[in-house]
Design a protein around this ligand. Structure first.
Ligand code: SF4
Ligand code: SF4
Length: 81
C-alpha cells in the first residue's frame, strides 16, 4: 500500500482519483486506508493519486510492502466484496 506523508497540503485532488475509494480526510491530513489500496493494481498502470498529487507526498509505505501478486489478490478480494 501507499501512504500519504505529512507534507500533504490537503489540496483535495487525490480522493476522487482513487478507484478503490481508499483515500479520506484524517484528523490532520488525507490518509490512505491500507486495506483498500492496491497501488492501483487491477485498475491502472500507475498509482492515480501519485499522478495528481502536486507536492509528491504519496510514497510506498515501508511497513506495508506488498508484491504485485499480493496487490492483485487484494484487488480481487475488493472486487468480490
Ligand atoms: Fe487509491 Fe491507487 Fe492511490 Fe492506492 S495508489 S490510494 S488504490 S489511487
Ligand atoms: Fe494531499 Fe497530495 Fe492528496 Fe493533495 S493530492 S490531498 S497534497 S496527498
Amino acid at each position: 500500500a501507499l501512504k500519504i506523508s505529512d507534507t500533504c497540503i490537503n489540496c483535495d485532488a487525490c480522493p476522487a482519483e482513487c478507484p478503490n475509494d481508499a483515500i479520506a480526510m484524517g484528523s490532520m491530513i488525507y490518509e490512505i486506508n491500507h486495506e483498500r489500496c492496491t497501488e492501483c493494481v487491477g485498475h491502472y498502470d500507475e498509482p492515480q493519486c501519485v499522478a495528481v498529487c502536486p507536492v509528491e507526498c504519496i510514497v510506498k509505505d515501508p511497513a506495508r510492502a506488498e508484491t504485485p501478486e499480493q496487490l492483485q489478490a487484494k484487488f480481487e478480494r475488493l472486487q468480490a466484496a
